[in-house]
Design a protein around this ligand. Sequence first.
Ligand code: SF4
Ligand code: SF4
Ligand code: SF4
Length: 351
Amino acid sequence: MYLIKKSEVLNIARELAKDHLVYGPVTDEATGQVLFDSLDDPGKADLGAPIPTIPPKNVVFPQMECIYSYRYDKNSRAVDIRQVNAVKPKALFGLRSCDLEGMRILDRFFLGQEFVDDFYLNNRKKTFIVTNTCIAPFAQCFCVCTDSGPSAKEGFDLNLTELGDEYLVEAGSDRGKALAEKLGLAKADGSYAAKKTAAVDRAMDLFTGFAVENKAWVSRVTNRVTTGFIKEDVWEYIGDQCFECGACTFVCPSCSCFNIEDVNKNDGSTERLRSWDSCSYEGYSKMAGDHNPRKPVEDRRNKRFFCKLSYSQSKKYLRPGCVGCGRCAWVCPGDIGLPNVVTYIRRETTK
Ligand code: SF4
Ligand code: SF4
Ligand code: SF4
């Protein structure tokens, strides 16, 4: 464990910027919106900003990326295939623990199964992560209900915790430790572990709203979703409110679905593009021959909540599929973000 003065904490981002493209939280002055953006000037990172509207998952899983380019030569009948994956080292500075857990779910999806996704792996292994403990939760947060905060437990290179005029800096990897040593950070004595625990405990007491009212219900609803306890008319009610816009998927740090399309270029080559997809779209489960096993919207909406809350998914991710960031509740025009669905199922169960 190390210490750095609050006034000097951005030196960590500045040092990373020497050989990484650094992303961090910034507040857009015109709109007040918080973005997790690439920083021309790492000194602009705002460690006190609330969680960004869009999680930084696009750094490791871009919203759209060209993964191959190929060209067919009719005369020689030869195909020239080129894999496109030139990735610069990147650093995420000031990531919140919920978004780190979202990324760890993506890791298990893309890297932890039978086939390893080379494109994701290439992005991921070049990403340095500096997390930032939430010493005060934000209004929509419920990471305490999903075991994803308010402080990161593992998976970071460095973790920062604000303690008055200084930050406690914990190294979670050899490269994190090397950076702390390179910066010449002072060593923290043993008393700082207790100071950090006290700061996290204080943060836990500051959660309000959904996080307090439904704490036990996130796991109870998981039980009910898994055992098929939710009646069809409940899923129909939820599905009827869905506009099939896909916003909940795109702001969700743990959603991993994608589509592949080949696009012909004017120069005779073809690009293979991978882009985010959403189970809310009617075409998501359409098969050859126009067969669609999930045509009714409620069949696609319950898919989302099986994905986030069922035991079979939790077994795959080794944790709930939802990390409690609350973003889907912000953006859903139908008012069926995950917190509302849990509340609705709770009311249906207890009425
Ligand atoms: S389901 Fe909603 S609250 Fe849960 S991680 Fe995704 S966006 Fe956040
Ligand atoms: S199935 Fe739906 S909820 Fe699950 S990862 Fe895909 S888009 Fe997200
Ligand atoms: S944000 Fe709401 S309305 Fe849009 S697809 Fe998701 S659940 Fe449906």
